[in-house]
Write a protein that binds this ligand. Sequence first.
Ligand code: SAH
Length: 381
Amino acid sequence: MTDVNSKINLLDLDRTGMVEFFTGLGEKRFRAEQVMKWIYHRHVDNFEEMTDLGKALRAKLMDQAEVRPPKTMFDKPSLDGTQKWLLGMDTGNAVETVFIPDKGRGTLCVSSQVGCGLNCQFCSTATQGFNRNLSTAEIIGQVWVAAKALGNQVHQQRKLTNVVMMGMGEPLLNFDNVVRAMSIMRDDLGFGLANKRVTLSTAGLVPMIDKLSIESDVSLAVSLHAANDELRTELVPLNKKYPLAELMDACIRYAERKPRTSITFEYTMMKGVNDTPALARQLVKWVHALHAKAQRNDIAKINLIPFNPFPGTRFERSTEEDIRGFQKILLDNDVLTMVRRTRGDDIDAACGQLKGQVMDKTRRQSEFKAKLEAQGISDAA
Ligand code: SAH
């Protein structure tokens, strides 16, 4: 982000930016293609190794550009094969990136901001406050670091098959950088992932969902967590600004613009909070209304996420029985519903457990610490 040496970080540029950069240097357009292949297919970050570029061009690049991924401060494999990286972004700030292998697919969970400002009550990132948006280089750099560490092949036997923007932060509040990074993920000269294998998850920023449906072509996930406004506003304060009816209308518009895609609704299951049969029936009503208005009955997929606890939280995970009961009500009413298996919780890499290091600019961290201390918990956070 802060470019002390004012060299351009090529990880900040998508294909269009790379072509502009090389033509700006007085070079041919195909140089962009060559360099992107070195960076994203062969995980090379120094120009010396890019042997199909002439010596003079390599010298020019060394002078004016760099390939600077985030620094790995820590990496940790989990017992179940999940792997987590703590990646340093600048002095004092770091984010977490998680790789989750599962039967023939490997999903990387990528962060979009240092911390988060949305304050969802059940998410540990919220307790850390917010510092800043990540740059394109810092977002695509997370994929680069993981792909290199995993020895990922782009064209055969890929280990990294899917990316979900479900790490720290609200991706739609960092729209341009996230959309540019997602275009590199899907570009053949980048990581070459199919559109449907890149998913953006949002807490529900209605105008930005519309913008995304026009400017990008990725899968959409919406964090729902409640089926009425009163409860949703309590859990996801953003709901006050964009209540459920508006959010659902935005989802209908999204589905109309993407006729073949479905939308995943994430629903974190918290004991005694949002896991009752009555709420399951309210959720069924929303989904039926969505399908009726959009005149399609294959849009919504519900993903039930067992709540992952973190120090200081007042919530608990729903019981297995309540989760199954909730799922059954949805399934019995023709609502496609899956329960997400919890992965990587032995290394705090599960949904909502990502923390990183955030130099909080909102002072929320000190408020959080004070709250914990008041509860007699002193060393958490
Ligand atoms: N800001 C985005 C993406 C980050 S969160 C969003 O809200 O969608 C990724 C998913 O994990 C979201 O659905 C989020 O609500 C869920 N999540 C957050 N905290 C959780 C927790 N403690 N346990 C389980 N899921 C959680």
